[in-house]
Design a protein around this ligand. Structure first.
Ligand SMILES: Nc1ncnc2c1ncn2[C@@H]1O[C@H](COP(=O)(O)OP(=O)(O)OP(=O)(O)O)[C@@H](O)[C@H]1O
Ligand SMILES: [Mg+2]
Length: 369
């Protein structure tokens, strides 16, 4: 074992080991022969092997046929010809746990050169849940009116989809850094990945507590506080995209009796859509949220953007489940928002922004004395 080439990074234990330990995804490093050099704790959890079990074993032990048989041949071809089919691309494949069970994974592979030695870093995410969610949506697709339970399931999937998309993007960035050998910059990217994973975790915790409550929990909330909490939550996202979110909320608006978490979710989705539209239009104008008293009986919330706007032909479909024009979109944001607002006795609608872009607006009944 002493003459085995080891990844030099390993000799700088604190940072590299800490990153490996903290990573949410399984990370496996193999050498040019396919022998496992590093196997992080997330990989141990995912595959059911301890690091000791698999160290210096051929990585094909983690693959079902036909992947296992092909892997050595594939690696050999890459080492001699440099022809890569997976490096820098990432794809869905099957993996095998210690107990023999097979499950779908998303695999991204990066190459690290240390002097004459070549190592491959694989980042692996279990996508069984994603497959289940896809299946769920296929079944939901022909249901015109979603049941409460369906709404919940889609809501969870939708909220988790956002950080997952961000994580996938950051993972690609990390892979590019690895490929360039710019490992010093990896720290901040992995940090962002960890933060997005934490965000996904927070959504699940929130949803769990919501399910436990059974009934909608109504509480007194002030419009300005509702908006401020969501803008605060989005700060990192809006900062990264360089989009300002302006709040125009008078202090003297009446208090509302609402399910705070749900209304926050509505604002969150509308703001994310507004930022997407702003970004896709390459607009420099920020996004605005404003609230005002309407008919002296309800509070009107408006989310305004100067983004790409909605074409006439798409306007009728905006609130239809699974209507989306985005690559990574699910098309569930607006239908969920509308059903939440309706359950609160309000209305959610779209109108074009006269200045260009969109306005999404909803009203909620106010508590007036
Ligand atoms: N502010 C906006 N400006 C322009 N188009 C918008 C805006 N908000 C929504 N849309 C359009 O409506 C579609 C549906 O929005 P919705 O929020 O339901 O789903 P999505 O954003 O595509 O995906 P996701 O499920 O991730 O939210 C979007 O794909 C987009 O085409
Ligand atoms: Mg959306």
């Amino acid at each position: 074992m002493t003459d085995t080439p080891r990844l030099h990074l390993h000799e700088k234990p604190s940072r590299f080991a800490a990153l490996m330990d903290a990573a949410v995804d399984a990370i496996i490093v193999i050498d040019h022969r396919g022998l496992i050099q590093e196997f992080n704790p997330a990989a141990e959890r995912l595959f059911g092997y301890s690091e000791q079990d698999v160290l210096l074993r051929n990585v094909s032990v983690l693959m079902p046929e036909p992947y296992a048989a092909e892997h050595d041949r594939y690696l050999g071809r890459y080492n001699t010809t440099g022809e890569a089919r997976i490096i820098g691309i990432g794809r869905e494949v099957q993996a095998r746990r210690q107990d023999g069970s097979v499950f779908p994974i998303d695999l991204s592979v990066g190459e690290v050169k240390e002097g004459d030695l070549t190592f491959f870093v694989g980042i692996i995410r279990d996508i069984s849940d994603r497959k289940e969610v896809q299946e769920l949506h296929r079944r939901l697709a022909h249901v015109t009116r979603l049941s409460t339970l369906g709404e919940m399931a889609s809501g969870i999937a939708h909220e988790i989809n956002q950080p997952l998309t961000a994580i996938a993007t950051y993972a690609q960035a990390a892979r590019r850094l690895l490929e360039r050998g710019a490992t010093a910059d990896l720290d901040s990217v992995l940090d962002k990945i960890a933060r997005q994973a934490e965000r996904a975790g927070a959504v699940i915790r929130q949803m769990r507590s919501f399910v436990r409550r059974q009934d909608r929990e109504q509480a007194l909330s002030h419009p300005a506080e509702l908006v401020a909490s969501v803008v605060q939550f989005l700060q990192m996202d809006s900062g990264r995209r360089n989009i300002d979110i302006h709040q125009e909320l008078p202090e003297d608006l009446p208090t509302l009796m609402v399910d705070t978490v749900q209304i926050q979710q509505v604002l969150l989705n509308l703001l994310l859509n507004a930022m997407d539209a702003t970004e896709s239009a390459g607009s420099r104008e920020g996004v605005r949220v404003r609230a005002s008293l309407e008919d002296n009986s309800s509070v009107l919330f408006e989310v305004l953007d100067r983004g790409c706007g909605v074409s006439e032909e798409h306007r009728g479909q905006l609130f239809t489940p699974f209507f989306t024009t985005k690559d990574a979109g699910m098309g569930m944001g607006l239908p969920i928002c509308r059903s939440i607002i309706q359950a609160h006795g309000g209305q959610l609608n779209f109108r074009p922004n006269p200045a260009g872009g969109s306005i999404f607006h909803f009203s909620l009944p106010a508590l007036l004395d």
